[in-house]
Design a binder for this molecule. Sequence first.
Ligand code: SF4
Ligand code: SF4
Length: 102
Amino acid sequence: MEGDQRMSENKGSTIEEKLYTIRYKVDDISHLIIKDQQVCVKCETKECNDFCPADVYSWADLTTHVAFENCIECGTCRIGCPDYNIEWVYPKGGHGITYKFG
Ligand code: SF4
Ligand code: SF4
């Protein structure tokens, strides 16, 4: 009964409203590790600042900052860094994002 009601409410949802149904279980420890910040210092392109759709990576104070809690696990950074300088420590059971349907 409750499920039917929720489903009918969702029928008229906008994309923006549906995005709000993504729920995060944020871990305290980053699942994305910059292996060597010195490699980032030497990196000319800083591509991670561009390819990540969730703006997880930013360059400031000679450091690549990682807003790991914003990660939507698209996987691009596994292959996107030209120096393979981003390490995933995943999966971490129960953490990461979950999607709520219906
Ligand atoms: S693309 Fe790779 S090496 Fe370059 S700044 Fe980003 S993480 Fe560092
Ligand atoms: S997996 Fe995707 S969203 Fe997450 S940090 Fe890498 S590029 Fe960004």
